[in-house]
Design a protein around this ligand. Structure first.
Ligand SMILES: Nc1ncnc2c1ncn2[C@@H]1O[C@H](COP(=O)(O)OP(=O)(O)OP(=O)(O)O)[C@@H](O)[C@H]1O
Ligand SMILES: [Mg+2]
Length: 398
């Protein structure tokens, strides 16, 4: 087992305008499970391939344990990799497919037998060892590919979207499986995905990439609650964080739905910005009529007409469109395009308790929790309130 350290790792492909991976620093502890996420083309696979040694590093240093491995051949790095498009050998049995890496290293038969049985047991493939890949389901084939990685004593596992070919149900099963195996074995793992459920549930820490640049590395909860910028805020969470225009004059913060007083310190932090983007997650709203006086007082109560309601049984989503100026509309449109999200737009999506009786087309008294609100710079996307919620003192409806 080993730690993996990336120091200012850059990859430039010949002829490309921008680097595919741009000066990435990432320190992965021994035994840690780190997820790489980000939109298509952001450099996830390239990073993994540089760690594995399948792609040259243009600049920077890569360490496995204490050893700098930039110039070490892939087979000498002792890493096991599962690719997005794993290929099994069609003419070999499941047993021999799993045994393959051990055969390459000329392991004795008894050792092969013992290791293949153990990894087949872990992946519940024992009944299938005599079959050929063509006689397996997609999920079973995926498990064989994993078995082939797990069968070796690798220093680290590298997974590149190993579940992407599976349907939703199998993905869920395999996700639990991977989680269980990794915590059992405690082996350093770097796992690429663009599925944010995998990102949030599997990793100790999640690294978010955008166009080759690392945006934030943090445990899932921190990423969700304290995103450093608009990109991370919009990428993590479903439905996504709501973004609306905000202006500050003196210590008064004005939103499309109401007005509140903020602390002088907060006002200072956002000073000099004509318009801001306020971000607040759907679950930090509620039907004001369901709250006691104390909670109502700690949040902003406002009245809006509900456009659409989706009742899901355990909760409901209410949709409320709003107007936004060009300085806010444009960055949000760019973000929606970049994240390929139809849900980021000039409307609020709020989660309400299933008990709520608000109705489509009717005005409703709603409530939001300003301590969970973030304020972003529309130009740079930076979260100006990172590390703290908006500290609201007195609240007033519009
Ligand atoms: N061999 C190559 N030659 C030139 N450019 C490449 C090569 N491989 C990848 N790229 C480019 O590098 C960038 C990063 O690609 P990469 O495969 O790492 O993205 P990714 O994050 O894994 O995306 P996906 O989620 O679609 O798998 C992309 O712009 C891609 O076009
Ligand atoms: Mg990829």
């Amino acid at each position: 087992m080993a730690s993996i350290r990336l120091e200012r790792i850059t990859k430039r492909f010949p002829g490309a305008d921008a680097p595919a991976v741009d000066s990435v620093d990432l320190d992965i502890a021994d035994g840690e499970f780190v997820i790489l996420v980000g939109p298509s083309g952001c450099g996830k696979s390239t990073i993994l391939r540089m760690i594995a040694g399948l792609e040259d590093i243009t600049e920077g240093d890569l360490y496995i344990g204490d050893r700098r491995v930039n110039d070490l051949a892939p087979r000498d790095r002792n890493l096991a990799m599962v690719f997005q498009n794993y290929a099994l050998y069609p003419h070999l049995s499941v047993y021999e497919n799993i045994a393959f890496p051990l055969r390459l290293h000329k392991a004795p038969d008894e050792e092969v037998e013992e290791r293949v049985r153990r990894s087949a047991q872990m992946l519940e493939l024992e009944e299938l060892l005599d079959r050929k890949p063509s006689q397996l389901s997609g999920g079973q084939r995926q498990r064989v590919a994993m078995g082939r990685a797990l069968v070796r004593d690798a220093d680290a596992y590298l997974f590149d979207e190993p579940l992407s070919n599976l349907d939703a149900k199998l993905r869920g099963q395999m996700r639990t499986e991977i989680s269980r195996i990794q915590s059992q074995l405690g082996i350093t793992t770097v796992y690429v995905t663009h599925d944010q459920i995998e990102a949030m549930t599997l990793g100790d820490r999640v690294a978010v990439l955008r166009k080759g640049v690392l945006q934030q590395v943090a445990p899932p909860r921190e990423l969700y609650e304290q995103p450093v910028n608009l990109f991370v805020a919009g990428f993590i969470g479903s439905p996504p964080m709501n973004f609306m225009p905000a202006t500050v004059s003196g210590t008064t913060l004005e939103l499309p739905v109401g007005r509140m007083e903020i602390s002088p310190d907060m006002a200072n932090r956002v000073a000099g910005h004509e318009v801001l983007i306020a971000g607040i997650r759907p679950e930090h709203f509620e039907d004001a009529n369901l709250l006691d006086e104390d909670r109502r007082r700690r949040g902003l109560v406002f009245s809006e007409r509900i456009d659409v309601i989706e009742w899901l049984g355990s909760e409901q989503y209410a949709y409320i469109p709003f107007e936004a100026p060009e300085q806010v509309r444009r960055p949000l449109e760019e973000l929606a395009t970049e994240l390929d999200s139809e849900q980021i737009r000039t409307q609020l999506v709020v989660t309400l308790d299933a008990e709520s009786r608000v109705a489509e087309g009717e005005p409703a008294d709603l409530w939001l929790d300003p301590s969970r609100m973030h304020l972003f710079d529309p130009e740079s996307g930076e979260n100006l309130t990172h590390g703290s919620g908006v500290d609201a003192r007195t609240l007033a409806s519009a």
